[in-house]
Design a protein around this ligand. Structure first.
Ligand code: MG
Length: 394
């Protein structure tokens, strides 16, 4: 099988213009599924498929602004355009918005569970004949019924249930749409237009979970699938380390708690090594730059309360799509004795991370007199933090 040239411009057309009145006033693609609109799930699958360079979203004219807001976080969305009266008109509008595309993959926003792998397989199959569709072989015996009685039993072997995505050489699909327009041909999918124009449409085995959300029951099922998939998304772990020198004339602040001692840690902010190590662990787990990048040693952060900085880190981590699950910290200090202060530190950290205290570990150790920490010249802290992915704010 030849592959689609990976450098050939390949555009996805996401059809989100269906009215779908069966499920209420809001168009179906805009209904929330696991906290974000169905169309965003479908868009992600398209853009995560290898080879897809750009996408155009076709939305109902009254929902253009909403569609633009929901897709603003996806830089490869080339355009959001108004759809037409019927699905066929909407695909035609999408095609016009991607004049440079050599290959197009058309997908319905009402199928939010399609995977990037299915998109990839359909595109690869299209390379053979110029057109391909996802479809499932029929498992049930199918009968033709009229007037309440069976007229005949169909040959199940030859019956496939068609899905999207469908992929085409762009010129072929454009010609098929042009011909349909000329001849007044209407069809419920694009493959049918290519068939009518004499094209050969390859069939790729689709996905059983790539269901078309049509009823509230479908939406409930889709919710369960998304919840399971997101539950399977791996957790992320980060590590952080910090150390500061002990000097006279400074307050000793560790884990957001002020600890009575004759010296404190020197630093630009309050020098809370515990919260600093924790911030770097959180940022690392989220794949974000370290705290020095977020809070440079300038006037804004002189003497800063590190609890405020940690709250800011948590919100940046959330904006990046993650929530804390658990954290563990070890403080390395020869003196003072930290054990009496650990419960207070734990409460501060749990509060700032939005966690139960059981999800926060904090302990102190000496280094048995070894090294600079052992000589009491400073205090250090190490932290690990675990994050789980959350749906991005739509
Ligand atoms: Mg520090």
């Amino acid at each position: 099988m030849s592959a689609v040239d990976p450098s050939a411009p390949t555009a996805a057309i996401l059809v989100a213009a269906g009215r779908g009145r069966r499920m209420g006033a809001v168009p179906k693609p805009f209904l929330p599924l696991a906290g974000r609109p169905m169309l965003v799930h479908a868009l992600r699958a398209l853009l995560e498929a290898p080879g897809v360079h750009a996408a155009v979203v076709v939305a109902p004219p009254a929902y253009l602004d909403a569609a633009r807001a929901h897709t603003a976080a996806f830089p490869r969305v080339a355009a959001v355009v108004p759809g037409g009266e019927e699905r066929q008109d909407s695909v035609a509008a999408g095609l016009e918005a991607v004049p440079q595309a050599e290959w197009v993959v058309v997908h319905d926003a009402a199928r939010p569970l399609a995977t990037p792998d299915l998109v990839r397989r359909v595109l690869a199959a299209a390379a053979e004949t110029g057109a391909a569709t996802a479809a499932l072989p029929s498992r049930d015996t199918l009968k033709e019924v009229a007037g309440g009685v069976v007229r005949r039993t169909l040959d199940r072997e030859r019956i496939w249930q068609v899905q999207t995505p469908q992929a085409f050489r762009a010129a072929l699909l454009r010609a098929a749409h042009e011909r349909a327009r000329r001849e007044g041909l209407r069809a419920t999918d694009d493959a049918a237009l290519v068939e009518a124009a004499g094209g050969v449409v390859r069939v790729v085995e689709g996905e059983a979970l790539n269901l078309k959300v049509t009823t509230p029951a479908d939406l409930e099922l889709a919710e369960a699938v998304v919840a399971r998939r997101e539950g399977l998304t791996p957790l992320r772990t980060g590590i952080g380390y910090d150390a500061h020198r002990l000097v006279p004339g400074r307050r000793l602040v560790l884990g957001g708690v002020t600890i009575p001692f004759d010296r404190g840690l020197s630093g630009h902010s309050d020098a809370d090594a515990v919260l600093h190590a924790l911030m770097d662990a959180l940022l690392g787990a989220a794949g974000l730059p370290d705290i020095g990048q977020h809070f440079p040693a300038d006037e804004r952060f002189r003497g800063a309360d590190s609890r405020r900085l940690l709250a800011e880190v948590v919100s940046r981590v959330q904006a990046a799509g993650f929530l804390p699950v658990q954290a563990d910290v070890v403080v390395l200090a020869e003196e003072p004795r930290l054990a009496p202060h650990l419960p207070a530190m734990r409460a501060v950290i749990a509060g700032l991370l939005g966690l139960e205290e059981e999800a926060v570990g904090i302990k102190a150790t000496t280094t048995d007199g070894l090294g600079a920490i052992g000589r009491g010249e400073g205090i250090a802290a190490q932290a690990v933090a675990t994050l789980r992915p959350v749906p991005p704010k739509a």
